[in-house]
Each structure stands twice: as C-alpha cells, then as structure tokens.
Design a protein around this ligand. Structure first.
Ligand code: IPE
Ligand code: IPE
Ligand code: MG
Length: 254
C-alpha cells in the first residue's frame, strides 16, 4: 500500500476505524515504582493490557496490531530487567498460542530475534508457524526492533538483489522498499499510540509512520484498558487525514 506516484493513491486507509494500530506500550516501570514495587511487577501487570487490547481489536475489526515489546535500545537496561522481559515473553508465547488459534490470530515477530536466547527463538518460530494461516487479526510483536535497523535491513536486501542482477536500481520505489522491510508489504499503521506520557517515537516504525496519526496519552501501560483503547480509536475517527490535500478537496471527493 505504498504511495503511488502516478495514481496519487494514498498510502493508508481513510475509514473511521484504523486497519493497522501500532502501540508503544510504555510506563510499566513507573506504574510499579508508584506503588512501591519493583519494575518487574509493572511488566507483569502490562500483560493484561496486551490481552484487553487484542480483544478490543478483534471486536472492532482492526486487522493488524503491532506492539513494541523490546527496542534495540532496551539492551541498555540492567541485565536482571532484560532477563525478566525475556522470561515474560517466553511464558506468554507458551501460554497464548492456544488462545491465538481459537481466536484466529496470526503472530508475527518483527525485529532481530537472532540476539535472543535459542530457546526463545525456537518458541517464536514455532508460534509463528502454528498460527500462520490465521487471519482475523495479525498480531505483530516488535522485539529487538529498531526503525533504523529495519530500514538498513531492507536496504541490504535490495542491494543484494541488485548485485545479483535480480533487480535494477530503477525498480526500487516506495512499494518495493516497503515490501523489503519487516512489515513485508502490510499496510502502514493508521494509528500510532504511545502510553506513559512521553511524546517521541523511540525508533519504532520510522519508515511506516510517515503519515500515521499520532496519539499520546499519559496513561501508564498497565492502566491502559479497553476503554482507553476505544478512546484512542474514537479520537482517530475524528481526525481528518489529508495526505497533502486541502480540506476543500476532501469535501469534493466525499
Ligand atoms: C515499557 O515500559 C516496557 C518496555 C520498554 C519493555 P518501561 O519499562 O519503559 O516503563 P517506564 O517508561 O520506565 O515507566
Ligand atoms: C520504547 O520504550 C520501547 C518499548 C516500549 C518496548 P522506552 O521506555 O524504552 O523508550 P525511551 O527510551 O524512554 O524513549
Ligand atoms: Mg519507558
């Protein structure tokens, strides 16, 4: 769904409900600290918000949900916190695959998973394989993901195709490039949500958020329930997405 220069085709959906929602699930640590608990408790509590958000996506007919679980910069955290996050991810995968099958959810993990423990990598591969034919919701978990990493990986892939003679530099356009990224041609996010109050992208989907509607909320991730998610989608439905056009032009075509 990349922008098409000739037809002027717009890159994302314009409907009142987003097709693709991407979320930076932030604020777990502060949530725990505010209760005098260890940061770990916040990460554990955040799992419930993941579940309610997935359920709400299914209820609303949202097709793709991308959750930022671990950034390429999160390796800078204390080893004990990193280990806890890996354990949480592993147990969540073990526990949730059955539920994904029942609810027709396809799991895709995006990011450089080669840096993860072998056991976790195996579990990721097995969960992706088991759910690959499900299509009610595509759930993408961004793990050891970085937007710049993604752009560089795509560039490497395309450069290799050019070097091997399979592609000419002239063949590279937005559509081809988008297909070479981790999203592999899935639609760009329509709505980006960041919880926890910070207003930055933190190296999330840099290529793909070119025209995404941004929504920031101070609510900490463990407190982000179904009602909070609905509030974000409602706010999205009120926005006018112009993609470079004027409001008058949009009135003419609607
Ligand atoms: C987000 O919550 C979860 C991850 C980054 C894995 P944080 O752990 O960043 O929570 P805060 O921002 O410190 O409150
Ligand atoms: C972004 O949160 C990454 C995830 C939610 C996984 P951080 O809490 O790591 O972001 P910064 O570093 O404060 O921007
Ligand atoms: Mg944070």
């Amino acid at each position: 769904m990349a922008h098409d220069m000739e037809t002027g085709e717009i890159p994302m959906t314009t409907g009142p409900v987003p097709v693709h929602v991407a979320i930076i699930m932030d604020g777990n640590g502060r949530w725990a600290e505010a209760r005098g608990e260890a940061r770990h408790a916040g990460h554990r509590a955040g799992v419930a918000s993941v579940r309610s958000t997935i359920e709400e996506c299914i209820r609303q007919g949202i097709g793709v949900l991308t959750l930022f679980a671990f950034s390429s910069e999160n390796w800078r955290r204390p080893r004990s916190e990193i280990n806890l996050l890996m354990d949480l991810f592993l147990t969540a995968l073990q526990r949730e695959v059955k539920r994904m099958q029942t609810n027709d959810i396809q799991l895709r993990v995006i990011g450089d998973v080669s840096a993860f423990p072998e056991k976790l990598q195996e579990r990721i591969r097995a969960s992706e394989h088991a759910t690959r034919r499900n299509n009610r919701l595509i759930l993408q978990v961004a793990a050891n993901y970085g937007g710049r990493w993604d752009i560089i990986e795509a560039t490497r892939r395309l450069a290799a195709a050019v070097r091997s003679g399979d592609m000419d530099p002239q063949d590279i356009d937005e559509k081809v490039f988008a297909r070479a990224t981790a999203l592999n041609g899935l639609p760009d996010p329509d709505l980006f949500i960041r919880t926890g109050g910070d207003q930055r992208i933190s190296n999330f989907l840099l290529w793909h958020c070119a025209y995404t509607e941004l929504y920031f909320t101070p609510v900490l991730w463990p407190d982000f329930d179904a009602a909070e998610f609905r509030a974000a989608v409602t706010e999205f439905s009120r926005r006018q997405r112009r993609f470079g056009q004027t409001s008058a032009q949009l009135r003419e075509t609607s």
